[in-house]
Write a protein that binds this ligand. Structure first.
Ligand code: IDP
Length: 140
């Protein structure tokens, strides 16, 4: 399997509860390398642009408010099959459905406040990484 990069976000419910280190340990234990990382405060407009694909969904406004409510940690994870591996480590969107040991099973508070975002495919990973990071910030 090829080495890939994927975009991860540690969401406000997790940064608020000081869970960044515990979540990063899950990534590293799964063989994912954190090759770029920064803590930022999104505006609601920036959150809306990032999640534009969901703009027709009923939870869009709530999601954008939440993502702008407190700082997030945006990061690039690298590894063999990193996109699928990260989705596996994250667990299902709704923590009630997430497998034991996954980030969302252990830390998520609800289907909306579910601690992490991870890109779902190679094209979205490339777009999402470019949304937050310049080439100079990606040191490999
Ligand atoms: P994913 O994050 O597991 O890829 P998506 O379906 O792409 O899940 O949804 C994006 C984000 O939108 C979720 O992670 C969650 O924060 C939020 N979301 C999804 N479904 C709901 C819902 O039914 N109510 C509130 N927020 C939701």
């Amino acid at each position: 399997m090829a080495t890939e990069r994927t975009l991860s976000i540690i969401k406000p419910d997790a940064t608020r509860r000081n869970l960044t280190g515990k979540i990063n340990a899950k990534f590293e234990d799964a063989g994912l390398r954190i090759v770029a990382q920064k803590r930022i405060q999104l505006t609601k407009a920036q959150a809306g642009e990032f999640y534009a694909v969901h703009k027709e969904r009923p939870f869009y406004d709530e999601l954008c408010e939440f993502m702008a409510s407190e700082p997030v940690v945006v990061q690039v994870l690298e590894g063999e099959g990193a996109i699928a591996k990260n989705r596996e480590v994250m667990g299902a969107t709704n923590p009630k459905d997430a497998a034991a040991g996954t980030i969302r099973a252990e830390f998520a508070e609800s289907v909306g406040e579910n601690s992490v975002h991870g890109s779902d495919a190679a094209d979205t990973a490339a777009q999402e990484i470019a949304y937050f990071f310049s080439g100079l910030e990606l040191v490999g």
